[in-house]
Design a protein around this ligand. Structure first.
Ligand SMILES: [Zn+2]
Length: 463
């Protein structure tokens, strides 16, 4: 993500459920330190099949979500996260199930319990006017209406506004989408296109994501787009969808997409997904750019730096995904450092110079950003409103630069690639990272970096 944050309050709610069938109910959250109700315990989703229809004219969404999952304990009931929308019939393995709603929790109680280890399918039919979710930091996501359609964005919790799921980054799954829109509009999502079909005055677009994806990285862009399908020099399929209003302003930067991806491959290792691209909406259609898997979303034509940032996330964030929202610096520190490296290798400032400017307080134009940089340690944001704060980005990148200073350029390069390789398509947290760095360079001492830069309060005494 790349975002200017506005700070507001945090809310947290609690609810429960009871069980009578064999087993116990799955939990209504996975104990995320900042979003306790996000995700659900007791099962692991392996695949989402979403069949959606939306008409921007009436702002009405109808959907059928079929989740294929595996029980991680004996379950008498399980929860899904869904915000707004009316839930119709729910089935588990084709048999009608009871359902209850309490805030964002949709509890599904199957007629019979589900045994630990069993694979099962939950199908939820739903409809209504999808909502926009306001994050603890004041940014907006979920279902955003645009001039010619809609845009679904989900970091951190917006995906529950358009499909029921296990909405926490720790549960990644593959996806298939079929999206029906009025003829003349287009539906663009993650992964690769898998066909389109027009019947009467409606067109259905199919998309398929075959590499695991965290639900916050799922996107759906509905509207009129200039679409281009090409390949990079290395043969990777590229799919870009640009609002015609932004086509001219986007042309030069998107022409460099292949170059950016291939620079990423040299710098971070093999590209983790089977296609790349970009979705460009109009400025104001969203408050932030997001590294949605395969093709990042940009509200307005991106700068090269922003394109590098979001493409770098494909390795750091999308492929190596944080275990909890506390580990956001593993996304943003890496994506920020990627832009420092890009600058360094393309005639701009060296990473050392960027680091020095940050430390000296001469980096930011905006008043207040300098104090904000030292306001909390990157690995310990004080609350949910700060997971996208300045320290998570710039001070996170400074942690990586301190590691580079300690191990030297060659080993640091190997470390960037090794981290992306070790946790490819998985999840990792800050402890995994510090352990990885220490194992990679056993003769170096990182204790001071962790204590002062990663976890320490205030500005470290020495740069
Ligand atoms: Zn980012």
């Amino acid at each position: 993500m790349a975002l200017l944050t506005v700070v507001t309050a945090v809310t947290a709610t609690a609810c429960g459920g009871g069980g009578v069938v064999g087993g116990a109910p799955g939990t209504s959250g996975v104990r995320d330190p900042y979003f306790p109700k996000a995700g659900n315990g007791g099962y692991d989703v392996t695949h989402y099949a979403l069949d959606l229809a939306y008409d921007p004219g009436t702002h009405h969404l109808t959907g059928t979500a079929t989740l294929t999952a595996r029980a991680t304990r004996d379950l008498s009931a399980l929860n899904l996260d869904l915000k707004g929308l009316d839930v119709g019939k729910v089935t588990v393995d084709g048999v009608s199930a009871r359902r209850y709603r309490d805030g964002q929790e949709l509890t599904v109680r199957p007629r019979e319990g589900i045994d630990r280890g069993a694979r099962f399918r939950v199908t939820v039919r739903y409809s209504g006017a999808p909502v926009t979710v306001t994050d603890p930091d004041g940014s907006e996501e979920g279902w955003l209406r645009t001039a010619d359609g809609a845009l679904a964005l989900g970091q951190p919790t917006g995906s529950m506004a358009w499909f029921p799921g296990n909405h926490h980054p720790s549960d990644k799954a593959t996806y298939t989408l079929a999206v029906t829109v009025p003829k003349g509009l287009r539906a663009v999502s993650n992964g690769e296109p898998a066909g389109e079909e027009t019947k009467g005055d409606r067109t259905t677009y199919r998309w398929r994501t075959t590499e695991p994806m965290a639900s916050y990285l799922a996107t759906l862009a509905l509207g009129r787009y200039d679409v281009e399908r090409t390949t990079t020099a290395g043969g990777l399929p590229v799919y870009t969808a640009v609002d015609p209003d932004q086509a001219k302003a986007s042309r030069a930067v998107l022409a460099r997409l292949g170059e950016v991806v291939e620079w990423g491959e040299r710098t971070f290792g093999p590209y983790p997904f089977s296609s790349t691209g970009a979705i460009v909406e109009r400025p104001g259609d969203a408050g932030y750019a997001l590294e949605t898997q395969n093709r990042p979303v940009f509200p307005g034509a991106p700068s090269t730096e922003l394109l590098v940032h979001e493409i770098a996330h494909q390795w750091y964030g999308d492929s190596v995904t944080p275990k909890t929202w506390r580990d956001m610096w593993l996304n943003e520190g890496f994506a920020t450092y990627a832009t420092w490296l890009w600058e360094e290798e393309h005639g701009g400032d060296t990473a050392q110079r960027t680091f020095d400017a940050l430390y000296a307080g001469t980096y930011f134009d905006e008043a207040g950003s300098d104090e904000e940089l030292w306001s909390f340690p990157p690995a310990r944001p004080p609350d949910a409103a700060h997971i996208s704060g300045v320290p998570v980005y710039q001070r996170g990148a400074m942690v990586l630069h301190k590691i580079r200073q300690t191990v030297g350029d060659g080993p640091f390069r190997a470390l960037l690639k090794g981290w992306a390789e070790k946790y490819r398509h998985g999840n990792a947290d800050t402890d995994d990272f510090t352990a990885y760095v220490e194992e990679s360079a056993p003769r170096k001492d990182f204790g001071g970096i962790w204590a002062d830069w990663l976890y320490g309060e205030g500005k470290p005494r020495r740069p």
